[in-house]
Ligand binder design. Structure first.
Ligand code: AG3
Length: 283
């Protein structure tokens, strides 16, 4: 008997991974949580049937969503992370000695518990003493924050279900207010490839452009997400992601990375023409 996990990427496209065995399945107040073991991608976590991470390719997503803003900001000390209960972003952030405190706001406590138990490669730094976990809705949490953070990382699910609020104008406005005068916000920005994802990414970009003076988009290749072509949004009050980037300074930190490097940092902001066009359409 063969067991397969399948995610529907469009009404006409499905993506499947052969499963060795299911390690966990449960329902929280917010969503269904599953963890599988597979030969090709190692362990992987899905929420409501959508792929969140696999052990084989999570480094791409977590390095790109974390190191890009951390390398642009000259002195990132106080960080807010929204979503990200699997711990992948926290693992990357805690490698910076300069970081003083990290507020992790995850709506679903069960995601953290399940990740700690079954995904030790991402959840390995959640008990770092600088990390403060708040089990709360990110939209609500951030409403009361002002001039408090240097970097905000929004590691959300797709823009429906529990993650929907993290793609709204109100939320981006709250992020702007929660950041210090030279703060940076980065978010997972969906894919430009399939129509539905592209529409979501355009909506999100439009709202970010309306909320921040500098807003650029960058890309990475993530094999297990729809189409494999994924975008991140870089929104900032002061720093431009390429012009204000000090590659030498980041290299001096001596952090070892598997995907991110200083040339790729700049290259990731060079987008295909059709993507540039989609972004221009809403700017
Ligand atoms: N965040 C989810 C990215 C969106 C994936 N979408 C999909 N499979 N349809 C990933 C969380 C990792 N920390």
């Amino acid at each position: 008997m063969e067991l397969w996990f399948t995610e529907r990427h469009t009404p006409n496209v499905k993506f499947s991974i052969k499963v060795d065995r299911q390690l966990y399945s449960g329902n929280s107040e917010f969503q269904r949580i599953d963890v599988f073991a597979s030969k090709e991608f190692g362990r992987f976590l899905t929420l409501d049937g959508y792929m969140m991470l696999t052990e084989k390719d999570e480094f791409i997503y977590h390095e790109m969503i974390t190191h890009v803003p951390m390398a642009v900001h000259p002195d990132p000390k106080d960080i807010l992370v929204i979503g990200a209960g699997d711990g992948g972003v926290i693992r990357e952030l805690t490698r910076y000695n300069s970081v003083r405190s990290i507020d992790l706001v995850e709506i679903d406590e069960l995601v953290v518990e399940v990740s700690k138990k079954f995904l030790p490669t991402t959840a390995c730094r959640l008990d770092d003493e600088r990390v403060h976990i708040h089990y709360e809705d990110g939209v609500k949490f951030i409403r009361s924050c002002e001039n408090k953070y240097d970097v905000i990382i929004v590691d959300s699910t797709d823009p429906f279900g529990p993650g929907e609020g993290l793609f709204t104008k109100e939320f981006y406005g709250s992020c702007f207010k929660a950041l210090r005068e030279d703060g940076i916000m980065v978010n997972q920005h969906e894919s430009p490839f399939y129509d539905e994802d592209a529409a979501a990414m355009q909506r999100s970009h439009k709202r970010i452009v309306e909320s921040f003076p500098i807003s650029r988009v960058y890309q990475a290749h993530i094999p297990t997400y729809p189409s494999g072509h994924w975008l991140f949004g870089f929104a900032s009050k002061k720093y431009h992601p390429v012009r204000d980037y000090n590659a030498t300074k980041w290299s001096m930190l001596g952090l070892e990375t598997k995907y991110y490097n200083t040339q790729l940092h700049c290259g990731a902001f060079a987008l295909p023409n059709y993507v540039e066009e989609m972004l221009r359409d809403v700017e």
